[in-house]
Every structure is written in structure tokens, then in C-alpha cells.
Design a protein around this ligand. Structure first.
Ligand SMILES: Nc1nc2c(ncn2[C@@H]2O[C@H](COP(=O)(O)OP(=O)(O)OP(=O)(O)O)[C@@H](O)[C@H]2O)c(=O)[nH]1
Ligand SMILES: [Zn+2]
Length: 354
């Protein structure tokens, strides 16, 4: 049996659902304690058991098991911890996560970013960082993982184009996605984000480098209560986040900081991604034709009501996802088809010239 101190661990985001899963762990080890991964840097982890932090090592058996199932440990995971006679903490079991935000790496491997999160703060500056299409990809990615997106637009106090960009975001995104323009340095931001900061809630911050993630952490979680972010200087006196870490907020919630993330491929199939564009999905029901592709067909409700650039972005995401779903053989066939079309095209061009 595993030892679970619910009240103590609630401050680290423990929920009844996770506690139930943890109670079902049937590890071989006696004196197992429930703890959360509060810091990860490559394969080095720090755990918090509600009382103290422990640099931890993972049992080789568990490493192999997780590798075999392509489920590497990540920040936010709940684990069973055991301390040996030398005082070394060991991760002996992992509680299967309730939610996990993941992306596809360039080599096609699934790369988890954070486990057991309830909402994702999608952080984007209203300055040069601003890019509505990238925000829509973030939203699709987290919704596909069963996590609620919250759009946080920083630098409203300093970006000259802030009002126009805020208006653009409101007009473009469906009402189901909250959009919060903030000055990340202001205490007001704690109030604005209050509904997402209750005890037992875990948030993750996602956004590109310089978007304001660390600034938000400093404002939302008192610096003294942080479980230790690792920041390194880049030599020009600028600091950038290199590790992922979990911070506790005075309101009771937890926030996971991640290093800047600019490009990614969502880890989801086309159908799941399509569902994340709930406005397109529900308007499509009203198109005159059942198989409407929203490309100019008469009576298209989507074309009439969805922002044009948003719709193009939706179609591009669908194409990319469907391409990712093709088998290797289908890809070769498709490539062959494109090649012959290309050849035919250049032949025609040559014939025209000649
Ligand atoms: N005035 C103002 N400055 C901001 C705001 N948000 C962020 N900044 C500034 O923008 C710079 C970058 O912010 P960071 O919080 O370090 O960005 P980050 O997302 O953590 O970046 P990485 O750690 O590289 O991923 C800092 O100088 C912040 O002070 C804001 O809302 N208003
Ligand atoms: Zn249509």
C-alpha cells in the first residue's frame, strides 16, 4: 500500500481522481510514499512529497518499462517514492496521468511536456511575438489533450498595437476560449486568473521565449514559494528558462513553467484536431451540403461566419494531421503521384516554350 497524505499533497495539486489511481498501485516496495515530479531536466527529476524536495533517481526496471511503452516521466507526474538507507530517493512506480500535454518531435516521437494539468495558459506577447495562427495551433494542441486553453496576452501595457490585436483575437476565437489581456508585471493579473488558481488545480504555461512566462510565475506564485526554477544566463545578462518546474501559488493552485516553445506538431489525429475548432464544427452542421468543404459552395455557414485566416489555418492543420496519419506506403505512393504531376507540369512548360 502507498502512503497518501491528501491534505498535505493537495497543495501540490493532488485531486481525488489521482489519489484513487495511486491507491491502486501494487508496487513491490513497502513504505512507498506519493510524491509529485516538481522539476525535470532531461532525465533528472526532483520530487516533492508535501514536506520536502528530494532529488530522485528512477529504478532501472521502471525506466525500461516506461521506455518500452514510450511513456517517459515528465513534470507533473505523480509517482511512488521510496527512500533507501543512504537517504537516496527512488521513483519506483508512476501513476498513469489523467491528462498529458504532448507534441510530436521532428523524428515522429511523442514528447510529453507536462502531466496532470487542468488548464494551459497559452502565453503570447501583444508585441512582435503576436501570431494568431500560432495561438490557434496551441489551442488545438491542448484541447486535443483534454486540457482547457486560456489565452493570456501579455505586454498590454507596452505594446503599441495592443488594442487592435486584442480585438482581433476576440473576433477570431470562439467564445468558448477565454482571452485575457494582461500586464504580466501587475498584481491585477492574480485577480484576472483567480478562477484557475484554486487548490487542486494545476496549470501549465506554454509560449515562445520572451512571451512573459517567468514574469507571470513571479507575479502569480510568490518567489519565496517557488519549488526552484532553474534559470541560466545567456551571457548577455538575459535569463532564460532551461528546466521545467512546478510552482505553488498562494491561492492554492500550482503552475508548471516550461522552456520557450515556438514550433511543434500536435500529437493528435485529424478528427481530434477538428473537434478542437468547435466553432467550425458546429457551424458546419448548418452548411447546405453535408460534405461541404467550405471552399465556396453555396449556403456555406462556415465561410460566412468564421474568420478567413482562421479557416485557412484550420484547413492547413487538417492537411498536416492527415499527412501524419498516412502509412509509409501511402506516403511513397503520394510522393510518386506528386512527382509525376510535377514532371507532367514541367513537360507542358517545356512544350509551351518550344
Ligand atoms: N511591461 C511588460 N513587460 C513584460 C510583460 N510580460 C513580460 N515582460 C517582459 O518581457 C521580458 C521577457 O519575459 P520573460 O518572463 O522572461 O519571458 P519567458 O516567456 O519566461 O521567456 P523564456 O524564459 O526564455 O522562455 C522580461 O523583460 C519581462 O519583464 C508585460 O506584460 N508587461
Ligand atoms: Zn461549409
Amino acid at each position: 500500500m502507498i502512503d497518501i497524505e491528501f491534505e498535505t499533497l493537495q497543495a501540490l495539486g493532488l485531486t481525488p481522481a489521482i489519489a484513487t489511481r495511486a491507491a491502486q498501485l501494487t508496487g513491490p516496495a513497502p513504505d512507498m510514499r506519493l510524491a509529485r515530479v516538481t522539476e525535470s531536466q532531461r532525465d533528472r527529476f526532483t520530487l516533492h512529497d508535501g514536506r520536502a524536495e528530494h532529488p530522485a533517481r528512477t529504478l532501472p526496471r521502471l525506466v525500461q518499462q516506461l521506455q518500452a511503452t514510450a511513456q517517459p516521466l515528465t513534470i507533473g507526474d505523480w509517482v511512488a517514492m521510496q527512500v533507501d538507507v543512504h537517504g537516496q530517493a527512488w521513483i519506483v512506480e508512476r501513476v498513469e496521468p489523467l491528462t498529458q500535454i504532448a507534441r510530436r518531435a521532428n523524428d515522429g516521437r511523442r514528447q510529453p511536456l507536462a502531466s496532470n494539468v487542468d488548464a494551459a495558459l497559452l502565453v503570447m506577447g501583444l508585441d512582435a511575438d503576436f501570431n494568431a495562427r500560432r495561438m490557434e495551433r496551441y489551442i488545438a494542441m491542448v484541447r486535443a489533450c483534454g486540457v482547457a486553453p486560456v489565452v493570456v496576452l501579455t505586454k498590454r501595457d507596452i505594446a503599441p498595437d495592443a488594442p487592435a490585436r486584442i480585438a482581433q483575437m476576440y473576433a477570431r476565437l470562439p467564445a468558448t476560449v477565454p482571452v485575457l489581456p494582461v500586464n504580466a508585471l501587475s498584481r491585477q493579473t492574480c485577480t484576472d486568473l483567480g478562477p484557475w488558481l484554486h487548490a487542486g488545480q494545476t496549470l501549465v504555461l506554454l509560449g515562445s521565449s520572451g512571451a512573459g512566462k517567468s514574469t507571470l510565475i513571479n507575479t502569480l506564485a510568490n518567489a519565496g514559494q517557488s519549488t526552484g526554477a532553474v534559470r541560466t544566463s545567456d551571457g548577455r545578462g538575459r535569463h532564460t528558462t532551461t528546466a521545467r518546474s512546478l510552482h505553488r501559488c498562494p491561492q492554492g493552485g500550482c503552475i508548471i513553467d516550461t522552456p520557450g516553445l515556438r514550433t511543434f506538431r500536435p500529437d493528435a489525429d485529424a478528427r481530434t484536431l477538428a473537434a478542437s475548432f468547435d466553432d467550425v464544427q458546429s457551424l458546419a452542421q448548418q452548411c447546405r451540403f453535408r460534405d461541404c468543404r467550405h471552399e465556396g459552395e453555396p449556403g456555406c455557414a462556415v465561410l460566412a461566419q468564421v474568420d478567413g485566416d482562421r479557416l485557412d489555418n484550420y484547413k492547413k492543420l487538417m492537411r498536416d494531421a492527415q499527412r501524419g496519419e498516412l502509412t509509409a506506403l501511402e506516403r511513397i505512393e503520394l510522393r510518386g503521384k506528386w512527382k509525376s504531376i510535377g514532371k507532367a507540369g514541367s513537360r507542358r512548360a517545356l512544350e509551351k516554350k518550344g
